[in-house]
Design a protein around this ligand. Structure first.
Ligand SMILES: *[C@@H]1O[C@H](CO)[C@@H](O)[C@H](O)[C@H]1NC(C)=O
Length: 317
């Protein structure tokens, strides 16, 4: 039997937790090593200067964004293909305000790599959050908290004394910011959309929620397995460039037609907070949008499956 076959989706055969590898020739290794060691000091200097020093200064958003762009330029994350779903190619600025994420709205983003956070920060300067299957509330995160979360161990429940808030309250507290939610709560390799945690249900019915899909080419910069900082940096820094493909769908609202309220657990998993039938429809709509934008599929594998996968993966040697 194929290894890890129990961590493939039964319907589609997709394995969303296995790290993506880009085949490289041995001949090219020297080039990769050279590029890596040329860039690493520059990358670390800029990233740490920003993280430890500039980030804490009350700099205007435009300066913060410029710093983040320079962090992304060093590894060559410069080619960004951005499109609004159903809109002809154009720039963000030409679109009506209600078509793109704006202050007071929420971004429901795919979660695959630390680059998700860097990119979203460079464009929207948002407030980041972490979601958990067991609760509707979210944990507000700093930029670096969000980067760390993309390589952090899976958590089905928040740690004791985690600062949790309702998404609606967070939107109200930051009327001049966009709020980013990663509804899948833990990174995948980008090949599928996992069942959502219930955090988006905390959004008020009049708050636009924008599904935003980020995909990378090569996809080896995705970090489905926690703690692999070195391989992330190696993949990111040892080749000339990484492309990002960004798709933004039309906003979805947290509204239901009311009515039936049979509570159900997604996938009958007791680690997921109960969600009513109508509420599940709202989550499904957003998950469907992410799968459509990412040209992939929704799968039934939960974060419990991911935990079991990580144990199997780490125990393999
Ligand atoms: C979001 O919508 C669901 C129904 O679709 C509702 O149960 C829930 O209370 C709403 N959340 C807020 C904060 O209004």
């Amino acid at each position: 039997m194929e290894k890890y076959s129990q961590f493939r989706d039964r319907g589609s055969g997709i394995a969303p937790f296995i790290p993506v590898k880009t085949p490289r020739s041995r001949l090219a290794l020297l080039t990769h090593l050279t590029i890596f060691f040329l860039r690493l000091p520059m990358f670390l200097t800029i990233a740490l200067t920003y993280a430890l020093f500039l980030h804490h200064l009350p700099l205007p958003a435009v300066v913060r964004k410029a710093c983040l762009w320079s962090i992304m330029l060093v590894p060559g994350i410069w080619w960004v293909d951005l499109q609004l779903d159903g809109v002809r190619r154009g720039t963000l600025a030409e679109q009506p305000r209600n078509r793109v994420p704006h202050p007071g709205s929420v971004i429901a983003a795919t979660f695959t790599s630390p680059i998700d956070t860097l990119y979203l920060a460079a464009i929207f300067d948002p407030v980041f959050t972490r979601s958990y299957p067991s609760t509707r509330q979210v944990e507000p995160l700093s930029l670096f908290g969000a980067v760390a979360a993309s390589l952090a161990p899976v958590r089905l429940r928040p740690a004791p004394r985690t600062n949790l808030v309702d998404l609606g309250a967070l939107v109200a507290r930051h009327p001049d910011r966009v709020i980013v939610v990663f509804p899948e709560a833990s990174p995948t390799n980008g090949k599928a959309v996992l069942p959502f945690t219930p955090s988006l249900l905390g959004a008020a019915p009049d708050t636009p929620i924008f599904p935003v899909s980020l995909r990378y080419t090569p996809a080896d910069v995705t970090t489905p397995v926690p703690g692999r900082w070195f391989s992330f940096l190696w993949d990111l820094l040892s080749r000339p460039s990484t492309c990002v493909r960004v798709r933004i769908a039309e906003s979805v609202y947290n509204t239901s037609r009311g009515g039936t309220d049979a509570a159900n657990h997604p996938q009958d998993d007791a680690d997921y907070a109960p969600v009513s039938h109508d509420e599940q429809l709202v989550l499904d709509k957003i998950a469907d949008a992410l799968a459509r934008l990412g040209r992939n599929k929704r799968v039934g594998l939960t974060l419990k499956d991911k935990t079991a996968f990580i144990d199997a993966w780490n125990g393999r040697k």
